[in-house]
Write a protein that binds this ligand. Structure first.
Ligand SMILES: [Cu+2]
Length: 701
């Protein structure tokens, strides 16, 4: 079977598309709900009733209750009853109850992980258990079955596995298209704040004293890395990272799901590439050099003391400075990692991977990055994990275990073994720089775009104007720690909150002046990027370096009338960021109010947590102003758009649609994704324009 896995994935995709009308589709992002239902998915309106016998408000209420105080007995009387009397084997499923029978057998055989124990997705058995529950929920065809199972297994399964399964199921189940997940940092606060804060929270609870506890970034000023801890420890960024891994899971198996997720491997590259280049921009904002890559035969330069604890399982392990990588028992040897790396880089040099059956899978084209991402992560889409391994996932475990590589001290998993906590450790960014450089090796093997490919005839970008001075500052943000502490029904809650300082910026607008010299209206894709103009020694980055470090600021579709057009875009609607989800308590209050009054619950803006927070669009910048090169590239929207109606939406989400399609036909990062040997080719086309701007950081006083 020449063509190997990439061909089979494509054919699965086609099959899944034709099946989508009957199997019902997934929860959609706002945009895709607008466009796909009508256009790309013609049978959508005939899909099975996704209400499952309950209103969206009722579902929101139940999900709130299911996740509230998850270490305690469930409070909601109806769900509490379910937790005692619901029989999973009597539910309604689209898999004949196979998943429910399997999980019930595991439960009755007492094979499931106990409660009050840590959970890590990278632990194979624990992940399997969480996914067994995910399968049960995913195959539930009505709400009574979904909610009944959730209540029943909440009382019987490990809490970490339970929360993971609920988050994954609510994101992917057609029953919960309009349910908003409460902020994860208020559901499992231990994974988002310092142990000192948690201890203060326990004290407040024990003494019944309301408290607001200031959370400081980990470490001391003697550690230069601490200057950028606000980035790795930002709870919104952490939530974005967790959410991405939930929406594009490496365990996603098309044979058990209703659809293929297109370009998942490429999205893996892109979301981490964006975190990597953004981290470097934060470093330059703080007079630090861009991060260097981690390497298996070099030492791990930065140590790390997490100051973070599990709800159950003690403290996260520390690692001193300058340790050499050690083999990790039961995971991998250092030389295994070097071998995997060399096989992957060999494939890049050859321009093809070898499939399980020996087939040749070419990657020397625009689609190659997607296969490479599948291989590096690796996901179930990898064409040959037996040979190419799981560089990324194994590396996370290897690095996470360096504090106790031989299990001598029975330490729990490290911060690198949780998506919630991974970016707290500076080694995360070294690790991802290492993988990003492998991705770059592949992208550099592709032919640069030609002038003909880049041109958009008749279109010229005349001006880029930013409405006001770009300013960032730190603001205080409060969130509740109620779910962190132990509880009984007899004692009233007192408010216990963490206060964190977080990066934000003033709102701004970008006006792009575009002339359309064609004698007709055209659809256009507008792509906006920015990169730091200078390195840490104030040497200007050459174009080919700068463009690789480009931060994606906006991507949207628009119609351009004949003659001159001014396109205005607000910093809160760029497609790459999302608003803060209301607090858990606000969600509960809004839901209860709507249930009580019978009024509609409007949470549409928060249905996807996928994207950096709106406030996080700009890097910190410098007090005296930091120079950024802003580029706008306008391409042919009719060719680019993979679904219809994109120009009508202000809420395009550049991570894609929940039906598995990705709305843009161009590669992530286009047209800056390929090497630029002669920058005049790109800067010379009239549909490209660049300006320099400064980002100012305003210090707190
Ligand atoms: Cu990640």
């Amino acid at each position: 079977m020449g063509g190997g896995a990439s061909a089979s994935i494509n054919s699965q995709h086609v099959i899944q598309q034709s099946l989508s009308g009957t199997t019902a589709t997934m929860k959609l992002l706002v945009l895709c709900a607008l466009v796909s239902a009508a256009a790309a998915w013609p049978n959508f309106s005939m899909a099975a009733d996704s209400s499952g016998g309950a209103s969206d408000t009722q579902k929101q209420h139940d999900v709130n209750s299911i996740l509230w105080k998850v270490y305690e007995e469930i409070r909601d009387p109806h769900l509490k009853q379910h937790s005692q009397t619901f029989d999973p084997l009597s539910g309604h499923y689209d898999d004949d109850g196979v998943s429910a029978k399997r999980l019930m057998k595991e439960l009755n055989d007492q094979r499931l992980l106990e409660q009050n124990h840590w959970f890590s997705l990278f632990n194979t058995r624990q992940r399997q258990e969480a996914l067994m529950l995910y399968d049960v929920l995913e195959h539930s065809t009505d709400w009574e079955t979904f909610a009944g199972n959730a209540a029943f297994f909440r009382a019987r399964m490990n809490e970490g596995e339970f929360v993971y399964a609920i988050y994954a199921a609510v994101i992917h189940s057609p029953l919960t298209q309009h349910v908003v997940l409460p902020p994860l940092y208020e559901v499992t606060p231990h994974l988002f704040t310092n142990s000192e804060v948690i201890q203060e929270a326990y004290k407040a609870k024990m003494t019944q004293t309301a408290a607001k506890i200031r959370s400081h970034f980990t470490g001391s000023k003697s550690n230069p890395e601490q200057r950028v801890a606000y980035f790795g420890e930002d709870i919104g960024m952490n939530t974005h990272h967790v959410t991405w891994h939930l929406e594009f899971p490496f365990w996603w198996d098309d044979s058990h799901e209703s659809h293929h997720i297109s370009r998942k491997g490429e999205s893996f590259f892109w979301v981490h590439h964006q975190l990597t280049v953004r981290f470097d921009a934060e470093r330059l904002s703080n007079y630090l050099d861009p991060v260097d890559e981690l390497h298996w035969d070099d030492m791990i330069h930065e140590g790390f003391a997490p100051h973070t604890m599990y709800k159950y399982g003690g403290y996260f392990p520390s690692r001193p400075d300058n340790v050499h990588f050690e083999d990790v028992d039961g995971v991998a040897r250092v030389r295994d990692m070097l071998i995997l790396e060399s096989r992957i880089r060999d494939a890049i040099a050859h321009g093809y991977f070898t499939g399980r059956d020996g087939s040749v899978i070419s990657i020397r084209d625009a689609h190659g990055i997607d296969i490479l991402g599948d291989v590096i992560e690796s996901s179930t889409y990898s064409p040959n994990p037996e040979y190419y391994g799981s560089l990324h996932n194994t590396a996370h475990i290897m690095l996470g275990r360096q504090g106790d590589p031989h299990g001598k001290f029975a330490l729990p998993p490290g911060v690198l073994e949780h998506f919630e906590t991974a970016t707290r450790d500076p080694a995360f960014f070294r690790l991802h720089k290492y993988m990003d450089n492998i991705f770059r090796e592949h992208k550099d093997s592709l032919t640069p775009y030609t002038k003909e490919e880049l041109e958009f005839p008749g279109i010229s970008v005349d001006s880029i104007t930013i409405s006001n001075r770009l300013e960032t500052h730190f603001e205080d943000f409060e969130y509740s720690l109620i779910n962190a502490v132990d509880d009984t029904t007899e004692i009233e809650d007192v408010p216990i909150k963490a206060i964190v300082s977080r990066l934000t910026h003033n709102d701004f607008k970008v006006d792009v002046g575009i002339t359309n010299n064609n004698d007709h209206e055209v659809m256009a894709t507008v792509r906006v990027f920015a990169w730091p103009k200078y390195d840490n020694n104030h040497v200007e980055f050459p174009f080919n370096e700068g463009r690789w470090n480009a931060i994606e600021l906006a991507k949207f579709w628009t119609k351009l009338g004949r003659g001159s057009n001014t396109i205005t875009r607000d910093s809160t609607h760029t497609g790459v960021t999302v608003p803060d989800v209301p607090s858990f308590q606000t969600l509960i209050d809004m839901t209860d109010e709507a249930l009580g009054s019978g009024s509609a619950l409007h949470l549409e803006d928060y249905e996807s947590g996928l994207g950096l927070p709106n406030r996080f669009l700009l890097p910190k910048g410098k007090t005296e102003g930091m120079d950024f090169h802003v580029v706008v590239f306008v391409s042919d929207g009719a060719k680019d758009a993979a679904v219809d109606g994109l120009h009508e939406s202000t809420t395009f989400n550049h991570y894609g649609c929940h039906d598995g399609t990705y709305p843009d036909n161009q590669p992530h990062g286009y047209p800056l994704d390929r090497r630029v040997d002669d920058e005049r080719i790109i800067t010379g086309v009239s549909n490209f324009k660049a300006v320099d701007v400064k980002v100012y950081h305003v210090e707190e006083n």
